[in-house]
Design a protein around this ligand. Structure first.
Ligand SMILES: Nc1ncnc2c1ncn2[C@@H]1O[C@H](COP(=O)(O)OP(=O)(O)OP(=O)(O)O)[C@@H](O)[C@H]1O
Ligand SMILES: [Mg+2]
Length: 344
């Protein structure tokens, strides 16, 4: 990692008072798509909480609602029910200047650095593009140039990279530009949707290091979406596991990885090739088999029961209760399951 040449101070504040409660609080968020009887449930009563400077990892199979939740957090998708509070404020109730000020505070890093950067813009223009909308952030051309240099250094690029175009960079470098651009407005939260999935393994590690270093320096919080459990284990403080639109397990990263309670989480881990197989033992060796049910027709009771080797009759008729395991010094570790796995 190159030495940073930037000042550590946050540039111009991100507007709005910094409250003392959680940065983000999502309660009971439900989102459906479609019409009439042909409606699918993408999110079903989702709760998440995130503190300032924390990283929440979001995992689950394709279609479980991760990107839909990301879009809700970014204010791009309005939930059908439930509440989103960002620093105590409902972003969906904001208008005009207040909405603009809030938009600065939540930014996004996309999966595909090839598709998300306009090929005809230089790195400097790409990084500074958000300042066109948020004009007060950088007062003049000189400040703008200086800030671009700072941002390039923060993500491990050089001054001279400012005038290069996306096709002149590698995938990892492009993703660094995407990250610098997300930082241009000095946000409190960056939603990263599969930010390293399109990159080679060796480059993934470098980009992850950039992200975790930025968190240390700037105190920025992340919601970090990935289907790669090893990536989430590396970067996240807490992990939320989703299945068919519902949060089915949540806890501190090490608790969830070392002592999963939900058979689904355990199965996901058994399926992950990078994990040490010796860690997955005894009753935790649960194979993930069969197809994910249709989100148009979610199973009654526990939605995972159709694929769960531990399922019994009651799993089909009763919604699973929250099994709560206290974790010393950390948030409680909860799982929605009639028959949670014991802490081995
Ligand atoms: N705009 C939309 N209209 C209709 N259905 C949608 C829309 N957006 C998402 N969905 C559906 O909602 C469900 C959740 O999709 P989402 O993109 O959030 O999943 P995901 O967890 O991000 O999956 P992946 O890992 O493949 O990116 C899927 O069944 C998807 O088909
Ligand atoms: Mg997605």
């Amino acid at each position: 990692m190159p030495e940073s040449r930037t000042s550590e101070s946050r540039m111009s504040g991100s507007g709005g008072p910094q409250g003392s409660g959680p940065l983000l609080e999502v309660s009971g968020v439900t989102k459906t798509f479609g019409h009439g009887r042909r409606r699918l449930t993408a999110l079903d009563g989702v709760d998440i909480q995130l503190g300032r400077g924390e990283t929440l990892g979001l995992v689950g199979e394709s279609g479980c609602g991760k990107s839909t939740l990301a879009r809700v957090l970014l204010g791009l998708e309005r939930p059908d029910a439930g509440t989103v509070r960002f620093d105590g404020t409902d972003p969906f109730a904001l208008r005009g200047k207040e909405l603009l000020a809030w938009r600065r505070r939540v930014q996004m890093v996309f999966q595909d650095p090839f598709a998300s950067l306009n090929a005809r813009m230089s790195a400097a223009d790409l990084i500074g593009e958000p300042w066109r909308t948020h004009r007060d952030v950088v007062p003049d051309a000189k400040a703008r140039e200086k800030r671009v240099r700072e941002l390039l250094a923060l993500v491990g690029l050089r001054d001279s990279d400012a005038h290069r175009y996306p096709n002149e960079f590698s995938g990892g470098q492009r993703q660094r530009i995407g990250i610098a651009r997300a930082l241009a407005l000095d946000p409190d939260l960056i939603v990263c949707d599969e930010p390293v999935s399109a990159l080679d393994l060796s480059v993934q590690a470098q980009v992850l290091n950039v992200l975790s270093e930025l968190r240390e320096r700037l105190g920025v919080a992340y919601v970090f979406i990935s289907h790669d459990l090893s990536v989430v284990r590396y970067i996240a403080d807490r992990v939320t596991v989703m299945y068919l639109g519902k949060v089915i397990e949540h806890g501190a990263t090490e608790d969830v990885f070392e002592r999963p309670q939900h058979p689904y989480t355990s199965a996901l881990m058994s399926a992950a090739p990078v994990l040490d197989a010796s860690r997955v033992s005894g009753d935790r060796e649960i194979q993930l088999k069969g197809e994910i049910p249709s989100p148009f027709d979610i199973p009654s009771g526990c939605r995972f029961r159709t694929r769960c080797p531990r399922a019994e009759e009651r799993c089909a008729t009763q919604a699973p209760p929250a099994a709560v395991r206290d974790a010393p010094g950390a948030a409680p570790h909860t799982a929605l399951c009639h028959f949670p796995l014991a802490a081995a």
